[in-house]
Design a protein around this ligand. Sequence first.
Ligand code: DQQ
Length: 549
Amino acid sequence: NSMLLWQRTSFHFQPEKNWMNGVDRNPYLIVLLFFSFLFKYYPDGELLLLTVGAGPMYYKGWYHLFYQYNPDSAVWGNITWGHAVSKDLVHWLYLPIAMVPDHWYDANGVWTGSATLLPHGRLAMLYTGSTLESVQVQNLAFPADPDDQLLLDWVKAESNPVVVPPPGVGAKDFRDPTTAWYVAAEGAWFVAIGSKNDTLRRHSGIVLVYKTVDFIQYELLPGVLHAVDGTGMWECVDFFPVATEVATGLDTSEPAGPGVKHVLKASLDDDKHDYYAIGTYNAALNAWEPDEPEKDVGVGLRYDYGKFYASKTFFDPLKKRRVLWGWIGETDSERTDLTKGWASLQALPRTVLFDQKTGSSLLQWPVDEVDKLRLTKNNLGSISLAAGSVLPLDVGTATQLDIVAEFALNYSASANANEADVGYNCSTSGGAASRGVLGPFGFLVLADQNRSSVASDLVKRVYGSIVPVLDAETLTLRIVVDHSIVESFAQGGRTCITSRVYPTRAIYGAARLFLFNNATGVDVACKSLTVWQMNSAFIRPFDSRLDSS
Ligand code: DQQ
């Protein structure tokens, strides 16, 4: 339907048509009608911010993305592995479907998996198959031709399935194997698989760990790596080391020790959000414990406080970084997706680092390569914003933007304001149009006047979270806009929010950018503001004649 073409993104990865995921057939409906950042001052120095599927990897010069793909329709089903490659994580080339359901052990879908790079450049791909009887089993596949940089053809192991649900684990609660990590003391690889336990524990999300030497025979380790009651099924578990003293990524097999902590992440099937916690891993005990029990997986920090799910990281040996890939569903209706003929896309790949300043969170930031898309630069200098003002910003076409801003707040009038005085609440207030003592203020993007969409069929919702702003830090924001997605990073990526938007009037040349301040008791100054037009990434089918590599 050409009527909705403007919702296609220009530099986010999405298939040419039909469904990709991440997650289930029934994306819950949430959308932000307009987008905004809202802040609230806390005397202790905190500010309030409102506002995949298959394994990514690097192999022989190409970044590979394999994603959950329905070749037949824009809704979930008939899941195969879509495939694309890139030299820079931004400019992608579509390749033919990599794997389809063609055996009894994956007849109901080639579900999420992860790649492990073995010594001597070999590659093991473990993935979940939903069998003819809809039992979730783990299968092994490997490249038909290891010398093929494009990894076009895959061979499924004769011994599949290599792992079946162990006693006590539900046949439909056992999926999404991680990338394996090597434990030298055991001379073996360990692989984690998410599940849940409703019998011994109370609706507990759990992680099982298997030990393998050859990726064919697996031994279940006693106990669970970790469990959190009340959090339900853990999908797409991810488990990786982070360096706590240097700003560099670590190989998945980097052992625990001084300067190395481990992140455990789970995608909660119950609420469709990606939660992580930072903690300590003990391979010998098959145990991981969060540093701060109150910030455990599923009850503490999220990668993103908007729409963002089923993410995975991989270690990029080329640039020595860990890269996070998230799947972004739609927040319009299934009916509209069928009309559009496509649904879902990938977030920008994000570099993940330990936040050395807070010591208790991660920093996520669009990979450097995204900056190569920056075109015209608008340096808008420093702007004061009177209470109640909405200021149009003249940046030309505003559908593809990268916005970087620094804010200074003068709270003198209300330095003692507490939460009750603020009068603004992320979930119950009416978005940017509401007013409170200390906010909201921020940007309106993809807007025409204040509100950009009159589309029905959407649930319009305000997303929010806390942004810790430490002493001597100024409040900084980066907002990336791409037609129907807005990704926002506060304090260098300490808090992130992604939103899908479906403007009906603020499209093409009519889309505009505004700064606003709806605080009644704070002077807000945008100390610096830089806005770039963003180029398109021109994602297209791979053409070997054009391949210069
Ligand atoms: N969707 C996949 C599963 C995974 C869920 C099936 C979340 O493997 O658990 O399409 O992305």
